[in-house]
Design a protein around this ligand. Structure first.
Ligand code: PMP
Length: 359
């Protein structure tokens, strides 16, 4: 075929996108436990704010997200110059990699972790991915990561809690790690699931980024705040990095999204009541699965990780036949979102009927 040809590296994105549905036709699934979404309907005040903003969609949004950033700055008691917003945290992650890493530079992350890191690093930015295996229990191996730093390392992503294993990086191990990393390497804590963390010893990036000039945090309104479809994420970064991200803005965050995010911040107490329900459901599902003999361990996020290896697709198929969508990650395992009680009950019943071999 002749004609304009996209860069061949982009082919890997199509492969990534195809794996998202786990092979099941999403339209036939009634219990959506594949994407770590919030199962609850929008809060009434947040919906009202979005509808109000929708009445003005003939106008461009505020490209700088100034009122949203002002609200975040007040929330975290940090100057607005340290913030940048984007169309979902995945777009903030993409901007960070584009801002920091040129072809030949290295971007490090643990593996398995969020699938966008290798895709954006390699296919979109042409930089070199450095994937460091997690420990057998699904934690970041921070010693191994520190040892892999080279003169070309520009960025290190730490996903905490880690998608898909649900394990959080500890506060003390994080500060030891940051002290070992050269000052010109940006350590990015991807805290998409931070609000679901119940371990008191887990690191909180919004605290760590005050003390270290090379630490950034990425958070999202998609998960605990329930705005996945509106696409809003943000970074708290060192000032020059945050300024670069704001310069790269492309009107990507709609005004509907900005207003909904501002209203959600004002409703944080209600948001956190729902988060508490999800955490209670997480404990209930963990206990039930452990009781059933599943190889599951405690998660700090709104999903559970089942390292089923070569039986992953078979289990996802059993879930799909029951109308439940889960995420299959190669032949490593299946990730299931903690959803509404009814979906979780159906998932537990499906798991109980799956012939698990012991030993
Ligand atoms: N980081 C992690 C670890 C995620 O799991 C996800 C979504 N699955 C994101 C970032 C991106 O979420 P969003 O773009 O909706 O903010």
């Amino acid at each position: 075929m002749t004609g304009p040809r996209p860069r061949p590296e982009l082919h890997s994105i199509a492969v990534h996108a195809a794996s998202r549905s786990g092979g099941a036709p999403t339209a036939e699934l009634t219990h959506l436990l594949a994407a770590n979404e919030n199962p609850y309907d929008p809060l009434p005040g947040v919906l009202d704010a979005a509808i109000e903003a929708a009445g003005r969609f003939n106008r461009y949004p505020d490209i700088g997200c100034e009122r949203l950033i002002a609200a975040l700055a007040r929330r975290f008691d940090l100057p607005p110059t340290r913030f940048a917003a984007g169309a979902g945290s995945v777009s903030v992650i993409q901007s960070l990699i584009q801002a920091m890493a040129a072809p030949g530079d290295e971007v490090m992350y643990a593996w398995r972790s969020f699938e966008a890191y290798p895709v954006i690093t390699k296919a979109i930015c042409g930089a070199t991915p450095v994937a460091v295996p997690l420990t057998d229990e699904g934690y970041h191996d921070l010693d191994a990561m520190a040892e892999r730093v080279t003169a070309r390392t520009r960025l290190i992503f730490l996903c905490t809690p880690n998608n898909p294993t649900g394990k959080a990086v500890g506060r003390d191990e994080l500060t030891e790690f940051v002290a070992r990393v050269p000052e010109d390497v940006l350590v990015v804590l991807d805290e998409a699931y931070a609000e679901f963390v119940s371990d008191k010893d887990a690191a909180d990036g919004t605290a760590v980024c005050r003390e270290y000039p090379n630490v950034a945090v990425v958070r999202t309104f998609s998960k605990a705040f329930g705005l996945a479809g509106l696409r809003i994420g943000y970074a708290i970064a060192p000032e020059p990095v945050a300024a670069a991200l704001r310069t790269m803005a492309t009107y990507g965050v709609s005004q509907i999204g900005q207003e909904a995010a501002i209203a959600s911040l004002a409703a944080t107490d209600d948001v956190m009541k729902r988060v508490d329900l999800v955490i209670a459901e997480r404990h209930r599902m963990e206990d039930a699965l452990i009781e059933q003999g599943w190889p599951v361990s405690r998660s700090q996020a709104n999903f559970l990780w089942l390292p089923l290896r070569e039986r992953s697709a078979e289990f996802a198929g059993a879930c799909a036949r029951a109308g439940i969508g889960v995420r299959v990650l190669g032949e490593d395992g299946v990730r299931v979102t903690v959803g509404a009680r009814e979906s979780n009950d159906l998932f537990l019943a499906t798991a109980a009927n799956f012939p698990l071999e012991h030993g």
